[in-house]
Design a protein around this ligand. Structure first.
Ligand SMILES: *[C@@H]1O[C@H](CO)[C@@H](O)[C@H](O)[C@H]1NC(C)=O
Ligand SMILES: *[C@@H]1O[C@H](CO)[C@@H](O)[C@H](O)[C@H]1NC(C)=O
Ligand SMILES: *[C@@H]1O[C@H](CO)[C@@H](O)[C@H](O)[C@H]1NC(C)=O
Ligand SMILES: *[C@@H]1O[C@H](CO)[C@@H](O)[C@H](O)[C@H]1NC(C)=O
Ligand SMILES: *[C@@H]1O[C@H](CO)[C@@H](O)[C@H](O)[C@H]1NC(C)=O
Ligand SMILES: *[C@@H]1O[C@H](CO)[C@@H](O)[C@H](O)[C@H]1NC(C)=O
Ligand SMILES: *[C@@H]1O[C@H](CO)[C@@H](O)[C@H](O)[C@H]1NC(C)=O
Length: 899
């Protein structure tokens, strides 16, 4: 297929889902079964299909799984015959099936999609009336980030499924301290299909929607099930911070001590301000940097280096993060603009030099932790540009004294280069996806490393007791994370297994000791419902392979070869599809023969490439959409944000204007959803963005700022009008509810400019602006667009939003808070309250005061449209008026009070 010239060749392809829907292929059963034992997740997805057409049809099995997971099995059962996937050494599989590889099919089976997922897809021909069972198995160790483990399941059957069921069983011997679920497709109707049962150390989450619950519209074939289903939890911890678990001759040791103080740190931020960063990227970087600087601890020292062709340091040495210095740094950060080339080498050497000279001048406190955080979006173009030489220069300069963290912004950067740079120097690399929430991604990354607790952490086990232990020395332990060591027990008869973990805090060295009874541990893991066979051994193998692959990045050539050979051996022995192995998928005789599935690696600049046989031009025409060259910068309905797929934005779409029609029209029939093959996150935003019909509100009647529903029988509704812009306001403060709502009203926007809702229990902050919603929980931010679907169940609080764009925060004993944006960026936010009888008697604030004892004077005999009321000694006049109720879209009569 020839691509239009102006379209980037590295592109994702648009597909109309209606065209993809298999003709006559009916999925009659789809089950997802996840067992999580002690953080190790084993997921089995089974899809059963039948060909209802009277001709041979192509059945496609398509499933997304987390990038960190390894596929361990895939099989097809056709006419009672099992066609298993065989996992082989990559090179061998490639050679054996070189015809398939030459035809480019190998690339198609697994591809990176989105930030966290990759997609597995296999197609097979099915005879009329024949049934096929597809079964995919994958495993993954859930790692703790900012205090939570997260299990992410993607749900996208693309059709109604008679028997659809998801079961998630969690078993955590330490006890589950909290558990929450979130989903991007949940509706009130569907929520009744979700049940969660939980006791001290086990949880079972089941989701089993009926056909009618799956329907988007009654009587239609479209499914609402499309999106993420997330389970988050954490476990209880003891003061020693250790938990040792033993099963079938293997052990795992988790270490995450509570209550340690944060060590002071010295941070040098090295920020790329080359030309490629210009526009949104540098703006987001400034925004993030300003927030990050505010989060520095007063005991920290810091400095900023910006670089393009040349590197410039903000101050000649590291400075204390005092309020005054942070404030100056923020002013400096606000002026960073982008232009010029990329000289990573000089910038990095300057950063090391700064730490060195500050160290020599005895500015750095004893026992502090020194970090360099590099943010760049491109390959080196100025100065030393040979990646190998830069890596060598930086490693020599750092000399194991400081830890380097590299953030690669977007996909124009060689991730492999940054990853090696970081791993060589005791840190890690992260990709920052170019998107509307890039600033939040940067802040979240900083949060992960903001609180070092221990350095030089070493795990020790009695000699002779263990063998084949995974990495047991770590440079840094950060708050909210967890260290994991696994190994094989040498002597299984021994009763007690003891371990020591030593580390350095800033002023002292500490050792944590722990003991575990082997017999008791073994007994724990004997419940077959929660345990899959030999899971601890598989956990050990998984962890070992991950570490061998990681270590091979910074090893010498010979070492790297040995490490990879061992990783390969384990991958084959334990049947894991890793970057070193491939899975050969066999098909029945007579069909195009075996295909090879390879795991994508986080490296290439363009992984999401998938060219199907679809005619994009025809497709777009069908949709009345025109592809535009991204460079023209049109104001369009679809933002440029396709980096999640690994590619530059290929298309910017704009609905075509039909002749004579004043408004753009986009067909909104459900079968006409537009989506991008890779990057399902994008798909959602397309859908929201294509909704071009804001409801028409009558303009003669003005809406009030807020309508308060009062429990009073005589005065049921109060319309509060805020007439003037008056800075941030305390709207509702209710210590009894553990609730605070603050916000800033702008009269010219006829709404709030921002609103912040803070809950004490569970601890949660929701910050909304006309652009987006940011939820902060456990120092972790999640961003949502208005009209995106959101269904998040936290203990005691539910957070929901659907395509109508009303965000509701509610709970069994909580006042319900509704927030919505007014469908126009020029307008502010609206606030609604329900269940207001739940306010405590202590509620205060601009709005809260009306839920206190309000004294109404009786209406005058002559004019019953005016009344006076007294709230906490202050008198207000109220008039009876007709107002527009935004939420209902109707006019109502209420008592209006102006503030
Ligand atoms: C893969 O799954 C198939 C079907 O369930 C099974 O027959 C086969 O033994 C499995 N292979 C492995 C290595 O577990
Ligand atoms: C774990 O913590 C939760 C909440 O703090 C508590 O309710 C529960 O009893 C604890 N479980 C165990 C096994 O200690
Ligand atoms: C701020 O930084 C300067 C160096 O630029 C340093 O001399 C001064 O002590 C710092 N201020 C505070 C309050 O720490
Ligand atoms: C902690 O141990 C290290 C290495 O053994 C030693 O160099 C350091 O001085 C010790 N620190 C303290 C505060 O005792
Ligand atoms: C690979 O595994 C086999 C057993 O499957 C073993 O015999 C062999 O020694 C291993 N090779 C290496 C290099 O570890
Ligand atoms: C794609 O569709 C357009 C419009 O229908 C048509 O003109 C063009 O020839 C098609 N291209 C291919 C390669 O089939
Ligand atoms: C959206 O949510 C509101 C409030 O929960 C509900 O009234 C409405 O029916 C929902 N709309 C859809 C399309 O689910």
């Amino acid at each position: 297929m020839k691509m239009p010239d102006h379209v980037h060749t590295c592109s994702s392809i648009l597909i109309l889902s209606a065209l993809l829907l298999p003709n006559g292929i009916d999925i009659y059963s789809l089950t997802v079964d996840s067992k999580v034992s002690s953080r190790f997740a084993h997921t089995v997805i089974t899809s059963r299909v039948v060909n209802k057409a009277d001709a041979v049809q192509e059945a496609t099995f398509q499933m997304e799984l987390p990038k960190k997971a390894f596929i361990t099995n895939f099989s097809m059962i056709i006419d009672g015959v099992t066609y298993p996937g065989n996992i082989k050494e990559k090179a061998m599989a490639q050679e054996q099936y070189s015809t398939a590889v030459r035809r480019g099919e190998s690339a198609g089976l697994i591809k990176a999609t989105g930030r966290k997922m990759e997609e597995f897809q296999v197609s097979v021909s099915v005879a009329p009336a024949a049934k096929i069972t597809f079964e995919l198995v994958y495993e993954e160790l859930l790692r703790r980030h900012l205090g939570v483990y997260e299990l992410l399941l993607k749900v996208r059957p693309q059709q109604l499924v008679k028997h659809l069921q998801m079961d998630i069983h969690i078993f955590e011997p330490q006890g589950i301290s909290f558990l929450e679920t979130e989903s991007t497709f949940m509706t009130n109707e569907l929520a009744s299909a979700l049940t969660t049962t939980q006791n001290k150390n086990k949880a079972h989450i089941q989701f089993k929607p009926t056909l009618s619950q799956q329907q988007k519209t009654a009587g239609q074939q479209d499914t609402v099930l499309d999106g993420n289903f997330i389970v988050r939890y954490d476990v209880n911890r003891t003061a020693s911070g250790s938990s040792i678990q033993i099963e079938n001759g293997y052990f795992v040791h988790y270490f995450a001590p509570e209550g340690l103080p944060t060590m002071p740190k010295n941070v040098v931020f090295v920020i790329d301000k080359s030309g490629s960063m210009s526009g949104r990227k540098i703006q987001q970087t400034r925004e993030a940097l300003i927030k990050i600087l505010s989060d520095l601890n007063p005991r920290d020292l810091f400095n900023i280096i910006v670089f393009s062709e040349e590197a410039t340091q903000w101050k000649p040495a590291l400075v204390p993060a005092s309020e005054e210095n942070v404030s100056m740094a923020k002013s400096y950060a606000a002026t960073i603009y982008a232009s010029g080339g990329t000289n990573i080498n000089d910038a990095m050497l300057m950063a090391v030099q700064l730490l060195e000279s500050s160290n020599r001048a005895e500015l750095l406190s004893a026992g502090s932790v020194s970090l360099i955080i590099l943010l760049t979006d491109g390959d080196p173009t100025v100065g030393e540009t040979n990646p190998k030489k830069i890596q060598k220069n930086v490693q020599e300069a750092i000399g194991n004294q400081y830890s380097l963290f590299c953030l690669g912004f977007g996909f124009d950067v060689s991730y492999a280069f940054l990853e090696k740079l970081a791993l060589d120097n005791g840190g890690l690399a992260r990709r920052i996806y170019e998107d509307s929430d890039s600033a939040l991604q940067l802040q979240d990354f900083y949060q992960e490393v903001a609180n070092p607790l221990l350095t030089n952490v070493a795990f020790q086990y009695p000699s002779n007791a263990v063998e084949e232990v995974t990495q047991d020395n770590f440079r840094l332990l950060f708050k909210g994370s967890e260290m994991v060591v696994a190994g094989k027990l040498r002597d299984q008869r021994s009763d007690v297994f003891s371990a020591k973990v030593s580390g350095q805090m800033d002023m002292q060295n500490v050792t944590f000791e722990t003991e575990s009874s082997t017999a008791e541990q073994e007994k724990l893991f004997q419940s077959p419902k929660y345990i899959f066979h030999n899971f601890m051994e598989r956990l050990w193998a998984y962890l070992t392979i991950q570490q061998l692959l990681e270590n091979s990045v910074s090893a010498s050539d010979a070492e790297s070869k040995a490490l990879k050979s061992r990783a390969l051996n384990l991958s084959l022995n334990y049947n894991f599809v890793t970057p070193l192995t491939s899975m050969v998928v066999t098909k029945p005789e007579g069909q195009e023969q075996s295909q090879v599935a390879n795991k994508p690696v986080e490296d290439g600049k363009c992984e999401g490439l998938w060219l199907g046989s679809l005619n994009v031009t025809a497709l777009l025409r069908h949709l009345h959409l025109h592809p535009l060259p991204p460079a023209q910068g049109h104001q369009t309905s679809l933002p440029r944000q396709d980096s999640s797929s690994g590619c530059d934005s290929p298309f910017v779409l704009e609905p075509s204007r039909e002749k004579g029609s004043p408004t753009p029209r986009v067909s909104r029939k459900p079968s006409h959803f537009l989506f991008l093959k890779s990057g399902t996150e994008r798909r959602r935003s397309c859908r929201a963005d294509l909704d071009l019909s804001p409801p028409h509100l009558p303009s003669s009647v003005q809406p009030p700022t807020v309508i308060l529903l009062l429990p009073e029988p005589s005065v049921d509704r109060l319309c509060v009008d805020i007439r003037h812009t008056q800075g941030p306001m305390d709207l509702l403060l209710d210590p009894g509810q553990g609730l605070e709502v603050t916000g800033e009203y702008k009269a010219e926007k006829a709404g709030f400019w921002w609103i912040k809702v803070t809950f004490k229990n569970p601890e949660l902050q929701v910050h909304v602006s006309p652009e987006r919603i940011v939820v902060t929980r456990n120092r972790r931010n999640s961003a949502y667009n208005w009209k995106e679907t959101l269904f998040s169940v936290l203990p005691g609080l539910k957070m929901t939003m659907n395509q109508t764009g009303l965000l509701l925060l509610s709970g069994p004993d909580k006042v319900t808070i509704g927030l919505s944006s007014q469908n126009s960026p020029a307008k502010g936010l609206l606030l609604f309250l329900r269940d207001t009888d739940r306010f405590s008697s202590h509620v205060r604030g601009t709005l809260g005061q009306f839920y206190q004892d309000v004294l109404w004077e009786p209406p005058a005999a002559t004019d019953d449209t005016r009344r006076k009321l007294k709230v906490q000694g202050k008198e207000y006049s109220a008039t009876r008026e007709l107002k527009l109720d935004h939420q209902e879209g109707t006019e109502i009569s209420c008592w209006k009070v102006e503030l």
